[in-house]
Design a protein around this ligand. Structure first.
Ligand SMILES: Nc1ncnc2c1ncn2[C@@H]1O[C@H](COP(=O)(O)OP(=O)(O)OP(=O)(O)O)[C@@H](O)[C@H]1O
Ligand SMILES: [Mg+2]
Length: 277
C-alpha cells in the first residue's frame, strides 16, 4: 500500500473513532440527565400525587353534593332552595381548589417537558428566565422547606441555544447546590445581560469547595459524594455543554463554610459555524 493510501486509511480510522467518541459522549450526557431525574423522581411523584389526591377527594364531595342538589331541586320548599344555594357555593369553592391543584400538576409536567426533547441539534431562541423557572419545578419537591430558592431575574433578551441541554446544566448546578447545603439554606439564581452575553449566577449557602478540590471539580469522575449519590460527571458534562456546544464560559468562586457561586456566561447569538465544525 502506498504511503498516501495508508495516510488516507489512518485519517478515515481517526474520523471513525472521533464519531464513535462523539456518540458515546452524547449517550453519557443523556444517561446522566435521566439518572439525575431518576434520583429526583420520588419527590416529583410526590409533587404530582398531592394535588391529584386533593382533586380526587374534592370530586367525591362534588358528586355527593350534586346528588343532594338533585333532591333539593325536586322539592318546591323554600328551605330546599336555600340548601341548593349552599351546595352550589360548596361546589364552586371546590372547583377553585381543583384549578389550583391542576395548575400545580401542569407546572411539574412543564418542568419534565423541558427535559424530554430529543432533537438535540435544534438551536432555538428562548427566554432563559422561563427555562430556569421550569427547571426549578423539578427540585421544588426535593428542597421543600429545607432550602429557600430565590430568583432575581433580570431583563434579558431571548438567547439562541439548545435549551434542553442547557436546562440539564441548570439542573445539575442547582442539585449540586442543594446537596452542598446541610440542613437549611438558600439558593439564589440571578440573570443579567452582560454585553453580548447573558450571565447566570447560582449561589448557595452550602459547605463550599475546598481550595485543593477546586481544580478537580470539572474533571469527569471527581466526586466527594457517596456511591449512588453522585457519579462526578455533572460538571464535566456541564462544562462541555457550556463551553463546547454554546461557546460560553463556566467558572465558580467558593469559600469553605460560607457557600459557592457558579457563573455561566452564554452568548446571546451563536456564531454561524462552518460545516466542518
Ligand atoms: N455548589 C457546590 N458546593 C460544594 N461543592 C460542590 C458544588 N458543586 C460541585 N461541588 C463539588 O464538585 C464535585 C463534582 O460535581 P459534579 O456535579 O461533577 O458531580 P457530582 O455532583 O458529585 O455527581 P453527579 O453530578 O454525577 O450527580 C462534587 O462532588 C462536589 O464535591
Ligand atoms: Mg452534580
Amino acid at each position: 500500500m502506498s504511503q498516501d493510501a495508508e495516510l488516507q486509511e489512518a485519517r478515515e480510522q481517526i474520523e471513525e473513532l472521533r464519531k464513535q467518541l462523539e456518540t458515546a459522549a452524547a449517550k453519557i450526557t443523556d444517561e446522566h440527565k435521566l439518572a439525575q431525574i431518576g434520583r429526583l423522581l420520588a419527590s416529583i411523584v410526590h409533587e404530582i400525587n398531592t394535588p391529584i389526591g386533593s382533586i380526587l377527594s374534592n370530586n367525591q364531595v362534588v358528586a355527593r353534593s350534586l346528588e343532594l342538589l338533585q333532591k333539593a331541586l325536586a322539592s318546591p320548599q323554600p328551605a330546599a332552595l336555600e340548601k341548593a344555594k349552599e351546595i352550589v357555593e360548596t361546589c364552586l369553592s371546590l372547583t377553585a381548589i381543583d384549578k389550583i391543584a391542576c395548575e400545580r400538576i401542569s407546572e411539574v409536567i412543564r418542568g419534565l417537558k423541558t427535559f424530554s426533547r430529543v432533537d438535540s441539534t435544534e438551536l432555538r431562541k428562548v427566554d432563559l428566565n422561563e427555562q430556569i423557572q421550569n427547571t426549578l419545578k423539578l427540585t421544588h419537591g426535593e428542597f421543600r422547606r429545607r432550602i429557600v430558592v430565590e430568583t432575581d431575574f433580570g431583563d434579558i433578551p431571548p438567547v439562541e441555544c439548545h435549551p434542553h441541554i442547557l436546562n440539564q446544566v441548570f439542573l445539575n448546578i442547582v442539585v449540586n447546590a442543594g446537596q452542598a447545603i446541610e440542613g437549611e439554606g438558600k439558593i439564589v439564581i440571578r440573570t443579567r445581560r452582560e454585553g453580548d452575553c447573558v450571565h447566570i449566577s447560582i449561589s448557595d449557602t452550602g459547605r463550599g469547595i475546598r481550595p485543593e478540590d477546586g481544580p478537580k471539580i470539572f474533571a469527569g469522575g471527581f466526586t466527594t459524594k457517596a456511591v449512588g449519590v453522585g457519579t462526578g460527571l455533572g460538571l464535566s458534562i456541564s462544562r462541555k455543554i457550556i463551553e463546547e456546544t454554546h461557546r460560553g464560559t463556566i467558572d465558580f468562586e467558593s469559600q469553605v463554610g460560607v457557600g459557592t457561586t457558579f457563573h455561566i456566561r452564554i452568548p446571546i447569538e451563536q456564531e454561524r459555524r462552518t460545516g466542518a465544525d
